[in-house]
Design a protein around this ligand. Structure first.
Ligand code: FAD
Length: 411
């Protein structure tokens, strides 16, 4: 009998039993712990440490959990987990998954020794929760990563790298145990002359700059990170010296730079951001649907008015479409298929724009109530906006998709 993808009827969008069990378990935590705390931590604008600790106690905030989902064979582990967490509350969920950015940076390019040493330091355990921060963006370098000014200089005698510069917008920046910092080692090469460095806990010279007061995802800490003569040992260069030297030699002789490999990594990680947006969008559709069946005006539920019923129809269809794009890209990435059609970017673009639109429509359906802080949809609308900005803005996603569609150098 033929098995595998060529077997008759083999295509399936139904997650297997392990995924369903994981989804229900995460959903339970999102329902019981995250959702009820969303408004409070949004007002406090602080990292919700007690919730991180509770999640650590049940093994949800842990390296084991996240790595099991990254390695899940269908590719749907992370999209499903993130959708549930962000369905609960985006700010708290971003605090729960913020360390994974730094973890992925080391896991995808680091040596086995670096992965073994630093990833556990980014999560800790119950009673001793730890954080990681990934610091690439700078005041003058967000979309334009080639403009990074932070410098790393090597001192042969002491086998140390000296880092100087200011990072902006770092999730968990300054409060993390481990910071992964992108710096230029040869400024004449732009983005091709950059490398990542692990800054271990308590390293002198690294400090938090301003903490940003944000529009949404306020339970997630975002801050500047100042690097003033930060010294890290040679073994903190992610990937190691030999690999960096070989790459720089290739670039200087006009060969491939590895930039394409980095772009492939980004393309494969975009569905995880898309899944966050799907979670927020789904929360808004469900909330607005329930409200529309209960709120009576002119003697009948408002959902019975075509204007409202059609709005809910569009919202539901858009969120389902966004999820399908997300699952397609995540599945393709996990199967090792090339995302040459910019499938990752498509999922991120569509899911993030959908989340903004449906949360706005949810406010409209709730009327005056929707505009108050007594109902969560105004917060979800503020939260949703981040998905069109971080990890590549919508304009940058369109540029990537445009290039894939036309084969032209769309700018
Ligand atoms: C809450 C939050 C958390 C973040 N977390 C992190 C983190 O953990 N680590 C990290 O490194 N960074 C992080 N960032 C930074 C984020 O990735 C950047 O803000 C984002 O990439 C956009 O960069 P920018 O702010 O410099 O905007 P800019 O690059 O200045 O863009 C401004 C506008 O110009 C448009 N634009 C720019 N270039 C082009 C172009 N070529 N074509 C068309 N339009 C263009 C953009 O789409 C955007 O609309 C975070 C940001 C926020 C707000």
């Amino acid at each position: 009998m033929t098995t595998g993808p060529d077997a008759p009827g083999a295509f399936s969008l139904e997650p297997g039993p392990d995924l369903r069990e994981m989804r229900d378990w995460v959903h339970g935590f999102a329902t019981d712990v995250i959702r009820p705390a969303g408004a409070e931590w949004d007002e406090r604008e602080e990292t919700p440490w007690p919730i991180l600790d509770e999640a650590a106690k049940i093994g949800l905030y842990s390296l084991d959990f996240f790595s099991a989902q990254w390695l899940e064979p269908s590719g749907l582990g992370i999209p499903i987990a993130f959708e549930e967490l962000f369905w609960g509350d985006a700010g708290i969920a971003l605090s729960l998954v913020g360390s994974t950015l730094a973890a992925v940076a080391v896991a995808s390019n680091g040596t086995p020794e670096q992965i073994g040493e630093w990833l556990p330091e980014m999560f800790g355990g119950p009673g001793d929760v730890k954080l990681g921060a990934f610091c690439a963006s700078e005041p003058e370098a967000g979309s334009d990563v080639g403009a990074i000014r932070t410098r790393a200089e090597y001192r042969e005698a002491s086998d140390e790298w000296i880092l100087n510069g200011t990072k902006s917008w770092a999730t968990n920046g300054g409060i993390a145990d481990v910071h992964v910092v992108v710096a230029s080692v040869d400024s004449s090469l732009g983005a091709r002359g950059q490398a990542s460095f692990v800054v271990p806990p308590g390293t002198p010279g690294l400090s938090q700059g301003q903490k940003f007061r944000k529009h949404g995802v306020r339970a997630s800490h975002t801050a500047e990170v100042v690097l003033d003569g930060v010294r890290v040992p040679g073994r903190c260069l992610v990937g190691g010296r030999e690999r960096l030297d070989a790459r720089l030699a290739r670039v200087r002789s006009g060969g491939p730079s590895g930039e394409q490999a980095a772009m492939k990594t980004f393309e494969a990680s975009r569905p995880s951001v898309a899944a966050m947006a799907v979670g927020v969008g789904r929360a808004a559709v469900e909330f607005a649907r329930d409200y529309a069946t209960q709120r009576i005006t002119f003697g009948r539920p408002i959902g019975q008015n075509q204007a409202v019923g059609f709005m809910l129809a569009d919202m539901q269809a858009a969120v389902d479409a966004a999820r399908l794009l997300t699952w397609r890209a995540a599945w393709m990435a996990r199967q090792g298929l090339a995302l040459d059609g910019a499938e990752g970017s498509m999922s991120k673009l569509v899911a993030s724009e959908t989340a903004v639109r449906v949360t706005e429509q949810a406010i409209q359906i709730l009327g005056g109530n929707g505009y108050t802080r007594d109902f969560p949809v105004e917060r979800w609308h503020r939260d949703a906006k981040i998905f069109t900005i971080f990890e590549g803005t919508s304009e940058i996603q369109r540029m990537i998709i445009g290039r894939a569609v036309t084969g032209l150098d769309v700018r």
